[in-house]
Ligand binder design. Structure first.
Ligand code: HEM
Length: 288
């Protein structure tokens, strides 16, 4: 006598039976291997037996540790405990979930960042960070590549929008006093995110290597050069030399496509985790 299948298998087999209309799967369940059933031809029962073998296998068991939810109650329990409760703090006031509290500005900032990542990766297929290539690559992208112009503009518009939306998000946190205890640290993390967003924008500005880019970066780095005592050194480190040149372009490129996005992503995850841990402020009344 072979023991009945464990809960995981029972649940999957129940579903299979429903799907295949198979009523006499009992004998297949009692069989260790479905291979004997190959002899019976490729009937529905055969496929049920094969599926039974698959769900008894080690890889399947290690992938699905819990039985599949079979009732609407089990399904909603999974949605609530695994997703909803994880996404939101353990308790939230009804008021803090209102759109007029956050205006969705934090989520929008994250959405724009995701859009910048996707369009940025696509731009990297065409762009070469070399002084004799960069400008030509951008012109070619817009004139010779299908949807190239919209791709470039989506990246630019999303970049401009992100600066605006992150600033508005900061303004809403400030006006609603959401920076007060216990959220002071998340405010500090937010300030770091704002600075990094500006840096992402600044480093991206040089990449088209047109006149606007060259002079904007010249002016920007000259401003850094005006910092007392260390200014000249900071300017030199930023440019990779005395003037805006190939060394500057590759520096800004690496910062723009690798260093800053990775750092922003890590800090963003930390920011979201703090939002969840600190709880939602719930707007003016609770943000004492
Ligand atoms: C890349 C930039 C940023 C992203 C993606 C981001 C994302 C978010 C999200 C999704 C939330 C929760 C929902 C919401 O309040 O809209 C939030 C809350 C918060 N953010 Fe940001 N944020 C960013 C920048 C900032 C900045 C610049 C500050 C302030 C200097 C800041 C401070 C806060 C604070 C204090 C909260 C908690 C607000 C509350 O509980 O009402 N964040 N952020």
């Amino acid at each position: 006598m072979i023991d009945g299948p464990p809960a995981v298998e029972r649940s999957v087999l129940r579903r299979l039976r429903t799907a295949f209309g198979q009523t006499n799967t009992g004998k297949y369940l009692a069989t260790k291997s479905g291979s004997a059933k190959v002899m019976a031809g490729f009937s529905r029962g055969f496929w049920v037996a094969v599926a039974a073998d698959v769900i008894r296998s080690g890889p399947w068991r290690s992938a699905f540790k819990n039985p599949l939810p079979t009732t609407p109650r089990e399904q909603s329990e999974i949605a609530i405990t695994s997703f909803w409760m994880h996404l939101h703090p353990a308790t939230v006031s009804r008021k803090s979930l209102k759109f007029s509290v956050t205006y969705g500005l934090g989520g929008l900032s994250a959405g724009l960042f995701a859009m910048l990542l996707i369009t940025g990766i696509m731009l990297m297929f065409y762009y070469v960070p070399a002084t004799d290539h960069a400008y030509k690559d951008m012109v070619d992208l817009q004139s010779a590549v299908s949807l190239g112009k919209i791709l470039r503009n989506m990246h630019r518009w999303a970049a401009h929008l992100m600066v605006i939306v992150v600033s508005l998000h900061m303004l809403r946190v400030f006006t609603q006093k959401a920076y007060k205890a216990p959220r002071q640290f998340n405010w500090v993390i937010g300030v770091v995110l704002l600075v990094l967003t500006m840096m992402l924008s600044f480093t991206g500005y040089l990449l088209p290597w047109d006149q606007l880019a060259l002079w904007a970066i010249t002016v920007g780095t000259n401003m850094a050069g005006a910092i007392p005592i260390v200014g000249e050194k900071v300017r030199y480190v930023l440019l990779g030399g005395p003037t805006v040149d190939q060394a500057t372009l590759i520096r800004f490129y690496v910062l723009h496509v690798i260093v800053l996005p990775v750092v922003i992503m890590l800090i963003m995850v930390f920011h979201f985790w703090r939002v969840r841990k600190d709880g939602f402020s719930g707007g003016l009344e609770n943000g004492k």
